[in-house]
Design a protein around this ligand. Structure first.
Ligand SMILES: [Zn+2]
Length: 960
């Protein structure tokens, strides 16, 4: 139904204004009549693009529905083309790839795929068998276009390439299709593309426009880059969150492509960029790619020289992060090639020299690149294949670089989180084992501490690095990947000269850390008793029936999904409690944060309470344990007491648009819809001042990129909080509320409190002392005489002088230049705070910001940067603004590039804070908690805030 509507809209909007547009006679240079592929005739049985679209390819950007129409027509008409739907987007658009190869190859595709699979796993593969497979198998190429929906030229070029291969006559095209199976993913993000083209159509005028700043070229919030939920799909390849990605990982992996093309656009005034990328090079990318990238680049540049087009490689383009399309392809065995065409649409763009570059020419660049790359592959199928076979033989070899390394994920009661991780491993084709019994091994933990002969529990998940996808395994799971000293030197020079570094994306993405799963990197081979992990086939057990009528049901709070269960039950009208502390009932123990439903709270519930509880748990694969008693063992909490807090159903509003981050608001929206599975409202910042906030008891302000709230909004929020609202503000939005002027929060930013650092340091010391309190010496406590010596928080820093304010300011400005671009930091959690349910001890936090939040005694700070440990020889010393006491060390870098200057600013910084405001509260997150929807460790903190906020932190009224 939805699909039909989209088709109609797409068609109506592109056809109507086209007729109204006057002939662009007043702008010379607006037309581009060069044939895309000269001297080729096309099979008349295959419909031409013009006959299907009503215009030549590249005269305008085609809507997804138009592209779909062409794909279907060509697949129906050409014996060389077959169309595969591999996924559907959130907006229910189909994602396709087209298989283009000779009819002869089409008739044996199944056999080709089997052969490719055999060749990709060299375990037990003889040289003779490998030679025979290589002689029989055609080469495979995966060409993918316009993953960023507003970088449109790729998809139009994909149509040109598909038509060329499906209908082109003569030896050149036919030879290519004899030698290769070409797989074309023409439109990787149809939702983003449709959204963007709609914006363009809305801003089309009566006259041509060649100003790339115009809305007609640029679009507006949320633009077209991302998919429906604001995700950058070109970061999602190692994360596997979105349906588009999940479908194409499975589709592309099955073809073991040798060439992996990813066509993008960049700034409108730029030229054309292709691979290879500049440094830093990720060492897990197989070494021979450098050679191959060079070979492909040489041929591609020759193809461009023919037309006198200009281009470049390297410069800003760097592939350190492994979640880009072309990078992911490289770890899987392909040569990855990025295209970046100058981006603009429709009439084209005016350059500094006065010339106009047309959209059709932009499309031509992408098409010529694609055919050039295919020809290079055609000439090198066997050479490439031999190199990849050799690297895979090395990957599985007991003497290879990935031998004697196993990643162990220790058993956790957080079953749904572990399942999410296992699902990602399965998606990526990574082999996982399970430890049959306890064993000992040496290795390193996630805080960088080496150990010898540590016990690894039975039931731990074990992932040997030595397996066919070793390169991908290493980049996803090794605790850190270090840049070369030469690169670090250059990066530091860059920071000193220009005040900022050159890292393009994250420097750390370790998956066990982002997931908050406790893991070890072992110097070992897989133990003999390890068996392949297989997912439990049955659903979770339903919990044991209790004789008679139960006094209630419990869902264990260690599992992240328990928050979703609580939220959904409340939406279904069930009264729910959550336990502040761990407890034992009926001989079973439950973690703090466990969700409890008792009939006594649900006397007005209409319906079958037990069935509702069980189905809410069951749909999340959770167990609801029936209780026969409400009396806790010994001193542990009893159900009727104050430790079981009655929740208030959240009524959530999420602020959107304005200058708020498309990524963060999208990721939070995704979390609400798909992780929690509850309703919420998106509110536009532009009309926020006119909204009736009384409808909501939770308001979320996502990370902000630019702009600010109006004074009226801030005033209204304060009144709303005083009356009981829970305000959650993140990143830039949180920073906006930390100034003295807003009066909403006592949290401050480091540069604003350089004269009051003692108060902040004392709070850190006080928390540190509280976490280490031992049973006081009875002689001292019960002494009858006045004490003459006391332990003060500040006495731990008594010997240390602080520089004057001017010097502190100077240092802070200096250190700010070195702040991290996506490093993973260790953070300690307050084990008694409701915001940290499910996050015991410490939590890894992905940090990408130059801000540092400061909180003193009047602010609850359940999460702070750094984990204290014993260091018997260490003297008290300041790390930045706060002291590390005698005999202690503070560990904070888990993975990624974190300069020493940044460790000084970030040590003990506040990450999550909570303050009372009248009957309500304000909760601040220093950085986004649901980054790319792939940080379950911090996502849990946000889910606690969203669902438990109204019950825990606020005073709710009884409705008389
Ligand atoms: Zn792009």
């Amino acid at each position: 139904m939805m699909k039909k509507l989209i088709l109609l809209l797409g068609f109506a909007l592109i056809t109507a204004p086209a007729g109204a547009q006057p002939a662009p006679t007043d702008l010379p240079g607006l037309s581009y009549d060069v044939e895309f592929f000269e001297g080729i005739s096309y099979d008349p049985a295959v419909p031409t693009p013009e006959s299907l679209l009503g215009y030549r390819i590249g005269d305008q950007a085609a809507f997804p529905a138009e592209i779909e129409r062409c794909l279907e027509a060509w697949a129906a008409a050409s014996p060389r083309a077959a169309l595969v739907e591999y996924a559907r987007s959130h907006e229910d658009r189909a994602l396709y790839y087209m298989i283009l190869t000779s009819p002869e190859n089409h008739s044996r595709l199944g056999g080709i795929k089997d052969g490719l699979k055999r060749l990709a796993d060299p375990r037990g593969l003889s040289d003779a068998e490998a030679d025979q497979l290589m002689a029989e198998l055609p080469g495979t190429a995966w060409l993918a276009y316009s993953i960023h929906g507003d970088e449109t030229s790729g998809s139009d070029a994909a149509m040109a390439v598909i038509y060329h291969l499906a209908a082109g006559q003569g030896e050149e095209v036919e030879g290519l299709l004899d030698d290769l199976v070409v797989l074309i993913d023409p439109m990787m993000n149809p939702d983003g593309r449709h959204r963007f083209l709609q914006q363009i159509v809305e801003h089309r005028g009566a006259h041509p426009n060649v100003d790339d700043q115009s809305l007609m070229h640029a679009g507006y919030w949320p633009w077209g880059r991302t998919n429906h939920y604001g995700f950058d799909l070109n970061r999602d390849w190692i994360l596997g969150v979105n349906p588009e990605t999940r479908g194409r990982i499975r589709a592309a992996a099955g073809w073991h492509p040798q060439l992996f093309v990813d066509a993008h656009e960049m700034g409108a005034q730029n030229s054309y960029l292709f691979s290879p990328a500049r440094d830093p090079k990720n060492p897990n990318v197989p070494g021979n790619r450098k050679k191959w990238n060079g070979i492909f680049a040489r041929d591609q540049s020759k193809a461009f020289d023919r037309y006198h087009w200009v281009y470049y490689a390297g410069e800003w383009n760097e592939g350190w992060y492994p979640g880009y399309s072309d990078s992911w392809g490289e770890y899987r065995g392909a040569v990855g090639i990025l295209y970046e065409q100058a981006g603009f649409v429709e009439d084209g763009v005016r350059r500094l020299d006065g010339s106009i570059h047309t959209y059709r020419e932009a499309v031509h660049h992408q098409a010529v690149s694609s055919i050039a790359n295919l020809k290079t592959l055609q000439a090198n199928v066997e050479g490439l294949r031999r190199d990849v076979l050799a690297e895979r033989r090395e990957a599985v070899s007991a003497q290879g670089p990935y031998s004697r390394r196993v990643f162990a994920i220790l058993p956790t009661p957080n079953r749904s989180r572990q399942q999410r991780f296992l699902d990602l491993m399965e998606l990526q084709g990574i082999e996982v084992y399970e430890a049959g019994e306890e064993f000992t091994a040496s290795g390193i933990d996630q805080l960088g501490r080496s150990f010898r002969n540590r016990r690894v529990a039975a039931g731990s998940l074990l992932i040997p690095n030595r397996q066919p996808e070793a390169h991908l395994v290493a980049t996803m799971l090794e605790f850190e990947t270090r840049m070369t000293p030469e690169y670090l030197k250059r990066e530091r020079e860059e920071i000193l000269k220009k005040g900022r570094g050159t890292i393009y994306d994250l420097t750390a993405w370790n998956l066990t850390m982002l997931y908050g799963l406790n893991a070890l990197m072992l110097d070992a081979e897989l133990p003999g008793n390890a068996k392949r992990y297989s997912s439990p086939t049955s659903n979770a057990p339903a919990g044991e029936p209790v004789g008679g009528s139960p006094v209630g049901w419990v869902i264990d709070g260690a599992d992240d999904a328990s928050v979703a269960a609580a939220a959904r039950m409340m939406e279904r009208g069930v009264g729910v409690r959550v336990a502040r502390r761990a407890f034992e009932l009926g001989g079973k123990s439950f973690a703090r944060g466990s969700v409890v439903v008792v009939p006594n709270d649900n006397r007005t519930f209409e319906g079958d309470l037990e069935a509702t509880v069980r189905s809410s748990a069951g749909e999340l694969s959770l167990v609801a344990e029936a209780l026969s008693t409400g009396l806790g063992d010994g001193d542990l909490p009893d159900i009727g007491g104050s430790h079981f807090v009655r929740l208030e159903p959240p009524r959530i509003a999420l602020l959107s648009r304005g200058g708020l981050s498309v990524y963060d608001s999208g990721s939070i929206r995704f979390t609400l819809d798909h992780r929690l599975g509850i309703r919420h409202s998106d509110l536009a910042q532009e009309s926020f001042d006119f909204s009736d906030l009384r409808r909501y008891n939770v308001i979320v302000l996502p990370d902000r990129r630019f702009g600010e709230l109006t004074e009226t909004s801030i005033k209204e929020l304060k009144i709303w909080m005083q009356a009981g609202g829970t305000l959650i503000a993140i990143g830039g939005s949180a920073a906006e509320l930390t100034g003295k002027e807003s009066e909403l929060s006592k949290v401050r930013q480091l540069p604003d409190v350089l004269e009051e650092l003692d108060a902040y340091e004392q709070q850190v010391l006080r928390e540190w002392m509280a976490a280490r309190v031992e049973a006081p010496d009875p002689e001292t406590v019960w002494s009858h005489t006045a004490a003459t010596e006391l332990d003060y928080p500040w006495s731990h820093a008594a010997e240390l002088e602080r520089p004057d304010k001017e010097e502190l300011e100077r240092r802070d400005r200096w250190q700010r230049m070195f702040m991290p671009r996506g490093a993973i930091l260790a953070a300690r959690t307050d084990g008694e705070h409701w915001l940290t349910f499910g996050s015991e001890g410490s939590v890894p936090v992905l940090y990408s910001s130059s801000r540092v939040f400061m909180s003193a005694a009047d602010v609850e700070t359940p999460v702070r940067v750094g984990v204290f440990g014993d260091a018997p020889d260490a003297e008290a010393a300041r790390a930045g603004w706060s002291v590390v006491p005698t005999g202690q060390e503070l560990r904070l870098r888990m993975s990624g590039l974190l300069w020493p200057e940044a460790t000084q600013r970030l040590a003990n910084a506040a990450l999550v804070t909570r303050e009372r405001q009248g009957k309500g509260q304000i909760i601040l997150f220093a950085v986004p908690a649901t980054f790319r929807a792939s940080t379950p460790a911090t996502e849990r903190l946000l889910m606690n805030a969203l669902v438990y906020g109204p019950g825990f932190g606020t005073g709710q009224a009884i409705k008389p």
